[in-house]
Design a protein around this ligand. Structure first.
Ligand SMILES: Cc1ncc(COP(=O)(O)O)c(C=O)c1O
Length: 366
């Protein structure tokens, strides 16, 4: 790693992690985007949207960036704005994770809430309308409008380039769809480089980009809630399949991956990993399946990884977590199998104990 002088120099070159492998040689690889500054993929596109606006003369020295964000885009823009001397206003709602909002403020962003305190609903549409009208009223302001900004997808071209430095080809690209930038930007660049993957988009049950009835969901940073407009970054021409994952399954997966492997992935990545694991054996033998882990689990300690928060929303499902553990066991890549002497007796016999409600919790010792 060369010596760097700007935080944005640290973007990219994120690790690729082999999560699972079938007996027929199909591998599930995770592109761990939480290793970017801000702990998320979105900083890639934040930098690109600003670079593009500067190039097109839409953002002048000392100008004002405005964006509607559920958190990670705002974090990325906060870094870029701090580095380049812009003012940045993030239009947010209380559905966003509190730590993301605090971190944006720490880096100098101004927050504008479109909902009252206590209203935890996702308010994508109201946020976007507000950001647009704020920007229209200020001559020095630029609304980055991530849902309809071509630079969003371009920001992820490097993901494809990095992937092809590590693997010969990507057969299946399966990942969460919010604005669509990360999945379709990566798919576009893979195609430009001569690799045409089967593209599977994943959204929460309740999100409307792939049809079906809309409704509330808790997966953060992903999906399109009812009432919100699907932007141009969702490129249906590149989509082979769209699948939906429930909050319970997505969160059970994130929790099981943390527990079994010590790898903290966010809730939306949990959804993608769930979709990939349950389909792994259906893919042609020898397939290379890639999922973009858009952020890490550390951002969700108060939600996905908080049993009380989960239980209060009826999302805690030990049975589902157990199923994910079983899939992770079944698909343990050969390189991760430890010598038997290092393994617990239950694992040796292939038997995993029934979910233990006390496991992983604090127990008072008298
Ligand atoms: C938590 C989270 N989930 C999902 C996504 C995918 O979003 P998009 O389709 O906007 O690239 C992102 C983007 O980085 C994200 O931060």
């Amino acid at each position: 790693m060369p010596l760097v002088t700007r935080v944005t120099d640290l973007i990219g070159r994120t690790p690729l992690f082999e999560l699972a492998a079938t007996a027929t040689g199909t591998r599930l690889l995770l592109k761990l985007e939480q290793f970017n500054p801000t702990g998320a993929a979105k900083i890639r596109m934040a930098r690109e949207m600003v670079r593009d606006a500067e190039e097109r003369g839409l953002l002048k020295d000392g100008g004002h960036i405005i964006e509607s964000t559920s958190g990670n885009t705002g974090l990325g823009l906060a870094v870029v704005a701090a580095e380049r001397g812009y003012r940045f206003t993030a239009v947010v709602d209380h559905h966003a994770c509190k730590d993301k909002l605090r971190a944006m403020q720490a880096m100098g962003a101004e927050l504008v809430f479109v909902a009252d305190a206590g209203d935890d609903n996702l308010a994508t549409s109201a946020r976007e309308d507000h950001a647009e009208s704020m920007a229209a009223a200020r001559p020095d302001a630029y609304f980055t409008e991530q849902h309809n900004n071509d630079a969003n997808a371009v920001g992820y071209y490097a993901v494809a380039e990095e992937l092809l430095e590590e693997v010969e080809r990507v057969d299946i690209l399966l990942s969460a769809v919010g604005t669509g930038g990360s999945l379709f930007g990566t798919a576009t660049r893979l195609r430009q480089l001569g690799c045409v993957p089967h593209v599977i988009g994943v959204e929460p049950v309740g999100s409307i980009a792939f049809g079906g009835p809309g409704g509330p969901y808790w997966q953060s940073g992903t999906g399109t809630p009812p009432g919100a407009t699907i932007g141009t970054a969702v490129d249906y021409s590149l989509l082979d399949e769209g699948v939906k994952v429930s909050d319970a399954a997505a969160f059970a997966t994130a929790r099981a991956v943390a527990r079994q492997l010590g790898l903290m992935i966010g809730g939306s990545a949990g959804g993608s990993v769930h979709a990939a694991l349950t389909r792994l054996e259906d893919f042609p033998p020898g397939s290379t399946v890639v999922t973009i882990v858009c952020d890490g689990g550390e951002k969700y300690l108060d939600t996905v990884f908080d049993d009380e928060w989960m239980a209060a929303r009826d999302l805690l499902d030990p049975g589902l977590e157990h199923e994910v553990h079983q899939m992770l066991d079944r698909y343990t890549p050969p390189a991760r199998r430890q010598p038997p002497s290092h393994r617990a007796p239950a694992e040796l016999s292939g038997h995993r104990p029934e979910p233990d409600h006390l496991a992983g919790q604090m127990v008072q010792v008298p």
